[in-house]
Ligand binder design. Structure first.
Ligand SMILES: Cc1cc2nc3c(=O)[nH]c(=O)nc-3n(C[C@H](O)[C@H](O)[C@H](O)COP(=O)(O)OP(=O)(O)OC[C@H]3O[C@@H](n4cnc5c(N)ncnc54)[C@H](O)[C@@H]3O)c2cc1C
Length: 297
């Protein structure tokens, strides 16, 4: 289907884009990679009268080291993150970028568009939820920084004000002795995951000193499995401790039955993904190189 006709605006800076969006009001949307917005427009599930294109704004696609953090410009494509040696300093980010859809989508889709879209099945919000992550925003009233946990408030809903844009995503590089893994279970490459799991932990010998666990596609937003984290915290990761943590993961998940499976199936699936991600995260924390990719049905 063709989208409704719309006016096209090419912004020269994020400031100009924000001003234009504020001026044009509710019927205007920013266009990043178009990998969510354009399909929705073709299905006429979204019919904005104005598109403000961010693609020609210089200096919005970058991966930079900044002290103990990495900064990702909003227009950085998934493929650029997948191919970046700098981003590999946080292996969970590489896992996530490399597993999104297929190469065409990864070449166009952006990290900024993904967090702004807040799709409950999206990958970025889940992986980023296990890290110390701030979303830099720019609007006509200036700039602000919002913790990811406060940024996405519901399915497809963020705290962005009308006309406000995601400018960058800032992620703290985890401490030495840390490891993480992001695993997604998919029916095929160019579809969203049936369930996904992100685990980021820090080990002190055999004992888990710190851990964050996030679940994807089993709720309206990424879910932090706090009881599962508590079960692992301060413990050696083995045997009964892991069983208790997986029970807590099943309880934390709040999935909907759909064509990807029943709610009970998704609970079991996400627990199995967390278990596997914990194993990989521990191996990485010990300095092992472990390659991770999406798991296909
Ligand atoms: C076939 C297919 C399969 C896919 N599979 C997956 C998958 O497995 N996992 C996954 O995570 N994603 C998947 N996607 C989505 C893809 O990752 C997109 O990159 C992502 O959803 C949106 O990024 P975008 O840059 O294309 O944004 P766009 O589609 O351009 O924009 C998305 C929304 O965010 C708004 N927006 C964009 N940029 C900004 C900004 N800087 N500030 C504020 N608002 C902004 C837009 O107005 C729009 O509402 C898939 C897409 C397709 C087409």
């Amino acid at each position: 289907m063709y989208p409704r006709s719309f006016h096209y605006h090419r912004a020269a800076s994020l400031k100009e884009a924000a001003a234009l969006l504020s001026q044009l009001g509710d019927d205007a949307r920013p266009l990043a990679g178009g990998q969510s917005l354009i399909p929705l427009m073709k299905l006429r599930l979204a019919s904005p009268a104005h598109l403000v294109d961010l693609n020609f704004i210089p200096g919005t696609a970058y991966i930079k080291e900044d002290g103990d953090a990495l900064r990702f410009g909003a227009m950085t494509r998934h493929a650029e993150i997948e191919g970046s040696d700098l981003a590999r300093r946080i292996p969970i980010l590489h896992d996530c970028a490399a597993g999104i859809a297929d190469v065409q989508v990864r070449n166009r889709g952006t990290i900024g568009g993904s967090v702004a879209e807040a799709d409950p099945s999206g990958d970025w919000a889940v992986a980023l939820a296990t890290l110390h992550c701030e979303i830099g925003c720019i609007g006509s009233n200036g700039e602000r920084s919002v913790a990811l946990g406060d940024f996405i408030t519901d399915a497809y809903t963020t705290v962005l004000e009308p006309g406000e844009l995601v400018k960058e995503i800032k992620v703290r590089v985890p401490a030495k002795g840390s490891g993480g893994a992001y695993l997604a279970y998919k029916r095929a490459a160019p579809v969203y995951a049936s369930a996904s799991a992100a685990v980021q932990l820090t080990m002190d010998g055999d004992v888990c000193k710190d851990v964050a666990i996030a679940l994807g596609c089993v709720g309206l937003t990424a879910i932090r499995a706090k009881d599962a984290e508590a079960a692992l915290h301060g413990q050696a990761i083995a045997g009964k401790t892991v069983t208790i943590a997986m029970e807590a993961v099943r309880a934390a998940a709040d999935p909907q039955a759909d064509m990807r499976g029943s709610a009970e199936y998704k609970r079991a699936l996400v627990a199995a993904l967390v278990k596997r991600a914990v194993e990989i995260a521990v191996r990485r924390a010990r300095g092992e190189q472990v390659e991770v990719g999406p798991i296909y049905a």
